[in-house]
Design a protein around this ligand. Structure first.
Ligand SMILES: Cc1ncc(COP(=O)(O)O)cc1O
Length: 391
């Protein structure tokens, strides 16, 4: 009995997750570990099952964007180290301690407050990693003075253990390496200033997927593997380089809910932006923009049916959209692939991203709680998680 009713679902190939971890494992230095980045619910793939598979495949730890995402992993029974990469309100440090989750810091006042809260609550110490902003312009200390100030605050905080120092690259996926090299040089200089000040450095990391591909020698203690874990390349340039061969893990599928053949000109969907001509077969698919299937694909994208492309016709609705099938082929219940492969055809997340004017990262992240995730290993279903109906 399927634990969900609707005929739309995501299939996640755990063999692909494993293969991608192993690919990066062999690409980076043996002394460099892999932090599997499973934020945004595993880039839309499901953070728990992907996190478990990544850890079983050779990743040493996980990283998320916010503490709530770490709690989901802990409550699912994942005991591996988890790092929260983003900002955490200082009031939440007590929860981080109880859940044994590492946090990111870059502000002395925050550190002092965090230590005080943990002391007052008599809770166990937490690991704290210092974020350095070398040119991303998002979070982190930017100067040697700030860095030494934050380290000093940490050293005076018995409830905080300095467990790492890291930076994040803004342009590692680009052919022009000027910015990423400048960032890395800045990072190296700031690390040296810590050594010159007699500090014993904890774990060091700076590479995202793109930097891990292009500069594996910058692996230091760990890489933070996000998009590559899911079999996607950070940019077209990164794909062209062919340094690593990745296996996309996600397929989005649905089943035909209704078919009809036009006997006279028949307008389709809101705004009547498409007119089916006599003889055209129109199929209605039970997924729409409220699922995270972009309305920008209206009259633009394709789906795969019977191993061939079928165009999306009319406006994508909140819960449904229509496609034009070859005459007389479609039956209610037939499977349709929206993202992924069917036969020799493929609609890649790169293609969809280009059609809606974004990057491949965003497309799977848009797929939300209304779509069940079904997990496969060796082409056998090994699990289902439906965010809408399951905890
Ligand atoms: C701080 C941080 N670190 C790493 C990642 C993963 O990036 P990719 O998905 O490009 O690998 C994201 C992120 O925000």
């Amino acid at each position: 009995m399927k634990p969900f009713c609707r005929d739309t679902w995501v299939e996640v190939n755990l063999d692909a997750i494993r293969a991608n971890v192993e690919t990066f494992r062999s690409h980076i230095p043996a002394s460099t570990s892999i932090i599997a980045v499973v934020k945004a619910d595993g880039y839309g793939h499901g953070s728990v099952r992907v996190g478990e598979e990544a850890l079983a495949s050779g990743a040493e730890s996980l990283a998320v964007a916010m503490l709530d995402e770490a709690i989901v992993l802990r409550e699912a029974g994942i005991e591996a180290p988890i790092l929260v990469l983003g900002f955490t309100p200082v009031e939440s440090v007590e929860l981080a301690s109880r859940m044994n989750v590492e946090l990111t810091a870059y502000n002395s006042d925050w550190i002092i407050q965090a230590n005080t809260l943990l002391q007052q609550a008599n809770l166990k110490p937490i690991g704290l990693q210092i974020k350095v902003d070398t040119g991303m312009g998002r979070l982190g200390v930017r100067t040697q003075e700030e860095l030494l100030q934050v380290v000093s605050a940490l050293e005076q905080s018995p409830k905080l253990v300095w467990s790492g120092v890291f930076t994040h690259f803004a342009c590692a996926d680009e052919k022009n390496t000027t910015h990423v090299r400048r960032q890395h040089e800045t990072f190296q200089s700031l690390l040296q200033s810590l050594r010159d000040a007699g500090k014993k450095l904890p774990k060091i990391h700076c590479c995202n997927t793109a930097a891990a591909i292009a500069f594996p020698e910058w692996g230091y203690d760990s890489i933070r593997l996000g998009i590559g874990l899911y079999g996607l390349y950070p940019s077209p340039y990164m794909k062209e380089r062919k340094d690593v061969s990745l296996v996309p893990a996600l397929t989005l599928k649905t089943r035909i809910a209704h078919v009809k053949t036009a006997t006279e000109p028949m307008t389709i969907s809101y705004g009547a932006t498409y007119c089916a001509q006599p003889g055209e077969q129109v199929a209605t698919l039970p997924i729409g923009y409220a699922d995270g299937f972009s309305r920008l694909l209206s009259n633009r994208g394709d789906v795969l049916y019977n191993g061939s492309r079928a165009p999306i016709i009319g406006k994508v609705c909140m819960d449904q959209f229509m496609v034009r099938l070859e005459q007389g082929t479609g039956q209610v219940g037939d499977e349709v692939v929206l993202y992924g492969k069917q036969g020799d055809e493929e609609i890649s997340l790169d293609e969809v991203a280009a059609q809606i004017g974004t990057i491949n990262y965003e497309v799977p992240c848009m797929l939300n709680y209304r779509i069940p995730r079904v997990y496969f290993r060796n082409q056998t279903e090994v699990g289902v998680f439906h965010p809408l109906t399951m905890k």
